[in-house]
Write a protein that binds this ligand. Structure first.
Ligand code: FFO
Ligand code: ATP
Length: 184
C-alpha cells in the first residue's frame, strides 16, 4: 500500500475502536510510559499537543509537570517544513497554529534541540523496524536528522503494520510503547 492509502487505513483502524477500548489503551499507554526508565531519566521532554484521533497527550504533559520535567512542544514553520520546540509551563501558553494544532505562543522560551532528553514522536502507523508513518509533512524526519536524544512513540497494537514504505530520509524511532508494553 502507498503512504496515502496507509494513512487512510490507520485512521480507519483508530476510528473503529470503541470509546471504551480507546480509554483502556490510553490509560495503559500512559502507565507503560510513566513506568519506563526512559521517562524517569528524562528531565526535558519534547511532546506534541494531540489532536484528532491521536492519543491524548494532555495528561502525559501534566504528569511531566508533576515531576518537575521541562515540557516543550513544537511550533512548525511551513515555509521550510522545519520545527522548533518551546517550553510551556501551562496550557495557557498555547494558541492555535498550523492546521489548527495548538502551538506555543511567541512568549515561550526556545529549547535547543540538544536540551531535549526524550522526544515523544507522533505517528499513525509503526512497524517492527521502528519505521513510522506520520501525517506527511516530513517535519519529524527533518528534525530528527541531527537530533541526538532519545525517541519514543506511543501507539495502539492496532497501529502496528508490517511493511511501511520507507524512504531514504525516514528516521526510525528508537522505542515503541503499545498498550501491551515495550514492543520490539
Ligand atoms: N499533535 C501533533 N502535532 C504535530 C504533529 C503531529 O503529527 N501531531 N506534527 C508532526 O509532524 C507536526 C505537524 N504536522 C502536520 C502535518 C500534516 C498535517 C495535515 O496535513 N493534516 C491534514 C489532516 C490530517 C489528517 O490526514 O487527518 C489537514 O489538516 O488537512 C497536520 C500536521 C507538528 N505538530
Ligand atoms: N530530511 C528531509 N529532507 C528533505 N525532505 C524531506 C526530509 N524528510 C522528509 N522530507 C519530505 O517530506 C515529505 C513528507 O515525508 P513523509 O511522507 O515521510 O512524512 P511523515 O513522516 O509521514 O510526516 P511527519 O514527519 O511530518 O510526521 C516527503 O515528500 C519528503 O520528500
Amino acid at each position: 500500500m502507498d503512504k496515502r492509502s496507509l494513512r487512510l487505513e490507520a485512521k480507519r483502524r483508530l476510528g473503529n475502536m470503541s470509546e471504551e477500548q480507546r480509554k483502556d489503551v490510553q490509560a495503559q499507554l500512559e502507565t507503560n510510559l510513566i513506568q519506563s526508565t526512559l521517562w524517569k531519566s528524562a528531565s526535558c521532554v519534547g511532546i506534541t499537543i494531540s489532536y484528532g484521533l491521536e492519543w491524548n497527550t494532555n495528561s502525559v504533559i501534566e504528569k511531566a509537570w508533576d515531576c518537575h520535567k521541562t515540557v516543550s512542544v513544537p511550533k512548525v514553520n511551513p515555509a521550510d517544513s522545519s520545527m522548533a520546540f518551546y517550553r510551556i509551563t501551562s496550557f495557557q501558553d498555547l494558541e492555535e497554529g498550523y492546521k489548527g494544532i495548538l502551538e506555543p505562543k511567541s512568549s515561550c522560551v526556545f529549547i535547543p534541540k540538544d536540551n531535549l532528553d526524550l522526544l515523544i514522536v507522533p505517528g499513525l502507523l509503526f512497524d517492527k523496524d521502528h519505521h513510522r508513518l506520520g501525517y506527511g509533512g516530513g517535519f519529524y524526519d527533518r528534525f530528527l536528522q541531527d537530533y541526538m536524544g532519545k525517541t519514543i512513540a506511543l501507539a495502539a497494537e492496532a497501529q502496528l503494520y508490517q511493511g511501511i514504505p520507507s524512504d531514504t530520509y525516514d528516521i526510525p524511532i528508537q522505542h515503541l510503547i503499545t498498550e501491551v508494553g515495550f514492543r520490539y
